[in-house]
Design a protein around this ligand. Structure first.
Ligand SMILES: C[S@@+](CC[C@H](N)C(=O)[O-])C[C@H]1O[C@@H](n2cnc3c(N)ncnc32)[C@H](O)[C@@H]1O
Length: 409
């Protein structure tokens, strides 16, 4: 294969883009910092990728799942906890405690080449994760967790990876086959979702009959980026929220973790917080978070809680097809018409019309198994118009998701 490196003149403008994005990031004030950081990431990635030799990138790209598999092995062996506190952990100790297979090198090789005595199956797993910048490696060999690895010290992030790896990625791997079988037609209520195409049952009903996997999914949903797009306290205060009000109904709010965080960050918010979800989800958790009331509710049925100040759906719209969204949003719009004080917030990614980032594209394809999708701003407008809504404002923070505040048309 001929060397296909991109030429120096083609690289030059990309270097300029990085310099400009770097200067903008340096000069950014509080309100612009998230956009400036994203622009710098985007420009830097484009430059880095342009420096790769394109033929040589085909193999690593095909094996990206190796990183997820290696994360799972470390979780399975319960090794993440050893990295608490940022200390360097010796491979030898981990080989000893896990009984992972090892190869002892001859004394001759050890002394002649001054290399450590044992290799192990584990080295190969750590090698993959070190290359992914989740660990750094030093002589010993010892491994130390990096800032990118630290999230895995939290069980909720591990649960998320596990949910993706075992429950969703198999349906994504079946995507070429199932799409061909369905003549590349988008999933619909009649055909069911790609999860059903691959596994014979819908994800949410399957989770209902697999409580251990439901518990893992519920924990995994706590693995999220900081929530700072919507200024909850300021907006509820403007709405005149009082102690006797229902401040927020978080529809399909899982374990109540999002509202727990909103409460913790804004202890002065007045009013009740109600989290609704399927009974199978509530069964998969222990007690509700402090200050949160749980209510079993199916989003496809009429909303029983009247006069709440905010109805909030986070990571719900992207789980479903337009047809399904129209059906369940249709349960809330009549309330909004009667309760003019109430607000509807829909929190999900709002894709740009062109040139999505890798993270945005990954989130979109990840919704494929459930028959859902991430939507561009135009798709959001189209969907909302079909249920008599439009966009009042798109709130953005450092998280990938935006908060779409709706208003009646
Ligand atoms: C992707 S999770 C999002 C959970 C939470 N809102 C969050 O942001 O982490 C989707 C949630 O929708 C719930 N769900 C699925 N089908 C539902 C239905 N028909 N009625 C109510 N909740 C449902 C699931 O149980 C799950 O908790």
């Amino acid at each position: 294969m001929a060397d296909a490196h991109i030429s120096q003149p083609e690289i030059a403008p990309l270097v300029e883009d990085v310099e400009k994005a770097g200067a903008d990031f340096h000069a950014a004030k509080d309100g612009d910092i998230h956009t400036a950081r994203r622009n710098l990431q985007h420009a830097t990635r484009k430059l880095l990728q342009s420096l790769e030799e394109p033929n040589g990138e085909v193999w690593p790209r095909s094996f990206q799942v190796n990183v997820s598999a290696a994360v799972e092995v470390i979780s399975q062996l319960e090794l993440w906890e050893k990295f608490e506190g940022g200390k360097a952990v010796a491979l030898d100790g981990m080989v000893e405690s896990t009984k992972a297979d090892k190869i002892v090198l001859s004394e001759y090789i050890q002394t002649s080449y001054r290399i450590p005595g044992t290799y192990s199956l584990l080295v190969r797993v750590f090698r993959q994760l070190t290359a992914a910048n989740i660990f750094t490696e030093s002589a010993g060999p010892n491994f130390t967790i990096t800032p990118l690895g630290k999230p895995y010290l939290h069980p909720d992030h591990r649960a998320f990876s596990n949910f993706m790896f075992y429950d969703l990625i198999p349906a994504i791997m079946a995507m070429p086959r199932t799409l061909e079988e369905h003549q590349y037609k988008a999933p619909s209520k009649e055909t069911g979702t790609p999860f059903k195409w691959a596994h014979g049952e819908e994800l949410w009903t399957w989770l209902g009959s697999h409580p251990d996997r439901a518990a893992n999914m519920v924990a995994g949903m706590r693995s999220h980026a900081p929530l700072n797009a919507y200024p909850w306290a300021i907006e509820l205060e403007k709405m005149g929220s009082k102690a006797e009000d229902i401040a927020v109904v978080d529809v399909a709010g899982g374990k109540g973790h999002t509202m727990e965080e909103v409460r913790e960050r804004n202890p002065n918010i007045k009013g009740r917080f109600i989290v609704q979800d399927l009974s199978s989800t509530f069964k998969a958790m222990s007690a509700p978070p402090v200050g949160i009331e749980l209510m079993t509710y199916d989003i496809f049925t009429p909303q029983p809680v009247k006069n709440a100040l905010i109805y909030h759906y986070r990571h719900i719209i992207h789980n479903w097809s337009d047809g399904d969204c129209i059906t369940f949003l249709g349960q809330i719009v009549p309330l909004l018409r009667e309760q003019l004080r109430s607000k509807l917030l829909l929190v999900d990614v709002v894709l740009p019309d062109m040139n999505s980032t890798m993270q945005q594209a990954i989130m979109d394809v990840s919704m494929f198994p459930m028959g859902g999708m991430e939507r561009t701003e135009s798709q959001w407008k189209e969907l909302l118009a079909k249920v008599g809504l439009s966009i009042e404002k798109i709130w953005r923070g450092s998280e990938p998701e935006a908060c779409v505040e709706c208003r009646l048309l």
